[in-house]
Design a protein around this ligand. Structure first.
Ligand SMILES: *[C@@H]1O[C@H](CO)[C@@H](O)[C@H](O)[C@H]1NC(C)=O
Length: 431
């Protein structure tokens, strides 16, 4: 090694650690790209391969004045009323990778890397902000306002992974969707910008995507970047250009083309197909990361129809099935997709954190592990099983299409145990 190389290596070792963000993908399709007055939302959550995600429902609730809510790492003021939410989340944390609320708002987040190192100090996680936005926002715009206000007040930071040996931190991007509009929100520390979308197809992934079309921003954003010398104030203000690292580019959304090719016909099925595609890279299955859970939501623009949210609750959407959930009062809970709870003994709650990794697998996850190994090791039996699984999924999708094409109002009793029954049926295949 010559002196020059060793000097470069020495310099590299002093650079802040910029781990690659897990390559999750989120999509939204509006008319005229999507089917008859439907907004279609989807996300694949790429996370460390062995991390378990659970699907959990929390009913709407009233809270006493002065009460607090304990998020993953910090406690913050509670609000008087929280909306009912359904979440897909890594089982060790409070927030969520993605989810929906009773008002037809969907939120998903992405870890992104910007030119500013993300904070290791424990604050709110991007995932906490997903849940807080859903619990507190009755529209996409309200959820956006909630998230940026909490970002200003508490900041973002802390370990993104259940890992006691090293702290993995990221900045956050969000896709926030309701029946009428979507917001792409991108953040760096407490600074942020957002773009409003009302038509066509949009995709976000683990790179910044906002450029010069900015519809809302932190009031001090431009002064801040000028003071840092990142923007001269004369050229067009381009958010990605200002905040991206030099080697990042905006070419990550291969799945968008396949959605656009559907030409006016993006449905739940089309979104599911995009999320299942491993060749495009949208369905991640690499050495370090796996798509550990997925969601697809169909939001009818006509508010007299219910929103339908499909969750896998299991890893690898190409080997999982999407099961429908509809918000109704007294919806039947599904303990079989919920991870065991360790209360205050959870190593995620104790300091130093993550000294042990408890077994967080839920019943569906364990049974599905068997199915995944069958698919891997026994072609014939595996394919037969996959056909049976896809048949169940198809029945669910057809039943939901039927609900969306009726003229009479949906009877809540009809769907109160919808997700429960689908999970139960799926489990019966895995014995
Ligand atoms: C904004 O910056 C990005 C990254 O440098 C670049 O690829 C893109 O073309 C720019 N967009 C506009 C509208 O200037």
């Amino acid at each position: 090694m010559n002196n020059k190389t060793s000097l470069v290596l020495l310099m590299l070792s002093f650079l802040p650690r910029m781990a690659a963000a897990p390559p999750s993908y989120c999509f939204v399709a509006f008319p005229p790209c999507s089917k008859d007055g439907l907004v279609v939302f989807g996300k694949n959550s790429a996370r460390p391969r062995d991390e378990v995600q659970e699907v959990v429902y929390f009913a709407a609730a009233e809270h006493e004045p002065g009460s607090k809510v304990e998020c993953t790492y910090i406690e913050i003021e509670q609000v008087p009323r929280t909306h009912a939410v359904v979440l897909s989340r890594p089982s060790w944390l409070w927030g969520a990778e993605m989810g929906a609320n009773e008002h037809g708002v969907c939120v998903a987040n992405e870890a992104v890397v910007t030119r500013e190192p993300a904070s290791e100090s424990e604050a709110l996680l991007g995932m906490d902000l997903v849940r807080l936005g859903l619990e507190r926002g009755a529209t996409a715009k309200e959820a956006l306002d909630v998230i940026v206000a909490l970002l200003e007040e508490h900041g973002q930071g802390g370990n993104y992974y259940e890992d006691g040996s090293s702290c993995h931190t990221f900045q956050s991007a969000f896709l926030i969707v309701d029946r009428n509009e979507a917001w792409i929100l991108e953040t760096s520390g407490k600074y942020w910008a957002a773009e409003k979308i009302t038509e066509g197809v949009k995709c976000i992934c683990n790179q910044l995507s906002l450029t010069t079309k900015i519809d809302a921003e932190h009031p001090e954003l431009r002064n801040y970047v000028k003071s840092q010398g990142w923007w001269n104030g004369d050229s067009d203000f381009n958010f990605s250009e200002v905040f991206s690292l030099a080697d990042d580019h905006l070419a990550c959304c291969s799945g968008r083309e396949s959605l656009e090719k559907q030409g006016g016909d993006v449905s739940a099925q089309a979104m599911i197909d995009v999320l299942r595609d491993k060749d495009s890279g949208v369905c991640v299955d690499s050495e370090s990361f796996l798509t550990t859970a997925s969601i697809v939501s169909v939001l009818p623009q006509d508010p007299s129809f219910p929103c339908i949210h499909y969750f896998t609750g299991t890893p690898d959407p190409s080997r999982s099935i999407f099961k429908p959930f509809i918000f109704v009062d007294d919806v039947k809970l599904v303990p079989k997709v919920q991870s065991p709870s360790f209360g205050n003994d959870d190593p995620a709650k104790k300091i130093p954190r993550f000294q042990e990794k408890p077994d967080r697998r839920h019943e569906l996850y364990k049974a599905h592990e068997w199915a995944r190994s069958l698919l891997e090791n026994d072609q014939d039996k595996g394919q037969k099983l996959m056909r049976i699984m896809l048949d169940l999924e198809k029945q669910g999708l057809e039943a939901m299409e039927d609900i969306l094409s009726r003229t009479e109002i949906l009877d809540p009793a009809e769907v109160v145990d919808l997700f429960y029954d689908c999970v139960d049926t799926e489990l019966k295949f895995f014995k």
